[in-house]
Design a protein around this ligand. Structure first.
Ligand SMILES: Nc1ncnc2c1ncn2[C@@H]1O[C@H](COP(=O)(O)OP(=O)(O)OP(=O)(O)O)[C@@H](O)[C@H]1O
Ligand SMILES: [Mg+2]
Length: 493
């Protein structure tokens, strides 16, 4: 017999024939004992009157929502009324609550102990910035692959994945052996760009493009957000500013090609502190020696155009997966993309021509707190995107183990949150920033397994739900193949 548990979906059948979907908000740890004292069967009583007695006498709270046909939440109450029957939700009810498994929805998994799918609304998902949070090893990257696959299949959004650990594009290793990357599942829609051709080829990946960035594209803001990683003092930042004012777009080349024997004269010339200029010279040379920075060679426009035609791009960092390279490149590309989308959106607003409407873009970023910490969040384009939401059709999917390090304003703007197990109380607090029912949700979060279980809440899902995440395996790959997909042969021979 089924047992009652926290987060369980129940249906309250009203006398007028309507149904209310409800979830168990709390349970005493010893509710079984209470039931015995009440002389009730150890599992949930099936008779309406007994069920109601149980809920009232045991103060079991239900969070109830009535979902109407358009998916809107209509009512909230806590205890069934006399005469209303309460039953466990069936698989049919699940479809009513979440919606169908189709191209308009992202199929994530199932509610615990049930077999029908929990789905999120694609349109609502891409409208706002979203977050996947959880400790290391809880399945964030696997879940991101599932969500991205479903988004690619929906063909409603372009995605750019800053793939720090080169795990999304092509085959990678997991505890279960080899797993496929997005390019293998969707050869027509996914392109792999790499910053490190040797590393990609060494792993048997044939990248579509090797990304080169002209150093002139780097602004002082791009360097300023690396202050912590490069250990730049305020005096160095000031010196950078002064030289930038004088030299314009050649500021970086100018500093990095100073004569090391003559820094004193140069410091006097610019009116900056010699020691700061010396240190700046050293640190910026470290940047300039990154092999993907190439004078006069700029393949960024290829990347921008691919995104504007609704492709998904995985940018592999290969061996340049240190935070300095990752943050420099991700922030620079995102800044340029954002300004392109702002222009494109303004053009569309003026022309009102649907052909001018930009394809929504979702940017996926791991270690997101590095870009979205309090001070940094105010200065990076990532922070701007997270705050201004969907205005310009660009949103973020942030993946992070340490939500407590992320700026609270950014967290409170997130549309949909997908939360796997977290232990740190600060992280748990942070992840529910700006959400009502925090007490209840914290309770639910504490019941999650160590992996492959998540709590979904927010814009793209009608009610917060604990989900058993579907497996990312051979069956998943097969389910992604559509009749028209030419990838079938490549994948399965
Ligand atoms: N949906 C899934 N299907 C199959 N295996 C999974 C799934 N989710 C998690 N796993 C297993 O759990 C392991 C850890 O998952 P994953 O790499 O996604 O964790 P993570 O949260 O991204 O960790 P980190 O923060 O360290 O990057 C995987 O190697 C895989 O074996
Ligand atoms: Mg991961």
């Amino acid at each position: 017999m089924k047992q009652l548990r926290i987060g369980q979906l129940l249906v309250i059948e009203q006398e007028n024939g309507d149904s209310i979907y409800a979830q168990v908000e709390n349970l005493h740890t010893d509710w079984h004992k209470d039931i015995r004292e009440l002389n009730m069967p150890s599992a949930v009583p099936t008779k309406p009157a007994l069920m109601q007695k149980l809920f009232i006498e045991q103060e079991i709270l239900l969070k109830a929502v009535k979902v109407n046909r358009s998916g809107n939440l209509l009512a909230m109450r806590s205890i069934p009324l006399p005469g209303e029957a309460v039953r466990f939700a069936s698989d049919d009810d699940i479809g009513q609550i979440y919606g169908p498994k189709d191209a308009e929805h992202i199929y994530i998994g199932e509610p615990l102990e049930m077999t029908s799918p929990v789905v999120m609304n694609v349109k609502k998902f891409v409208e706002r910035s979203n977050g996947i949070f959880g400790k290391s090893g809880t399945g964030k990257s696997f879940l991101a692959r599932i969500i991205l696959s479903e988004l690619i299949r929906s063909q409603k959004v372009a995605t750019l994945i800053f793939d720090m650990h080169s795990e999304y594009g092509w085959e990678s290793m997991s505890e279960q052996g080899h797993i496929k990357g997005l390019r293998q599942l969707f050869p027509q829609q996914v392109l792999i760009f790499t910053l490190d051709e040797d590393s990609s080829k060494g792993r048997g990946v044939q990248p579509d493009h090797v990304l080169k960035i002209a150093p002139e594209m780097i602004t002082i803001d791009d360097i300023a957000i690396l202050a912590e990683e490069l250990d730049l003092s305020q005096a160095m930042l000031d010196a950078m500013e002064i030289i930038h004012k004088k030299e314009g777009k050649y500021w970086l080349r100018r500093i990095s090609t100073l004569d090391p024997m003559d820094i004193r004269t140069q410091a006097e010339f610019y009116g900056v502190v010699e020691g700061s200029l010396q240190a700046l010279y050293r640190k910026l040379n470290r940047i300039m020696s990154l092999p993907f920075l190439k004078e006069g060679e700029d393949t960024l426009s290829t990347l921008f155009m691919a995104l504007e035609s609704a492709k998904t791009i995985v940018l592999e960092f290969g061996h340049y997966n240190n935070l300095v390279s990752y943050m420099l490149v991700s922030n620079l590309i995102t800044r340029h993309l954002h300004s392109r989308y702002v222009k494109a959106t303004e053009k569309f607003i003026n022309s009102r021509n649907i052909a001018d409407k930009p394809v929504p873009l979702m940017i996926v970023v791991e270690e997101a707190h590095k870009f979205l910490q309090g001070r940094v969040a105010r200065n990076t384009t990532f922070g701007t995107i997270a705050r201004e939401m969907r205005k310009y059709s660009v949103t973020l999917l942030i993946i992070d183990q340490r939500p407590s390090s992320i700026d609270r304003e950014v967290l409170s703007q997130l549309g949909t949150r997908i939360v796997a197990m977290l232990n740190d109380p600060d992280d748990i607090d942070a992840v529910f920033t700006g959400v009502s029912d925090r007490g209840m949700l914290k309770n639910w979060l504490s019941t999650l397994d160590t992996k492959k279980q998540v709590l979904l809440l927010g814009h793209a899902i009608p009610i917060p739900t604990v989900v058993r995440v579907r497996d990312y395996n051979e069956d998943f790959y097969k389910s992604m193949i559509t009749d028209t997909d030419k990838g079938v042969k490549e994948l399965f021979g």
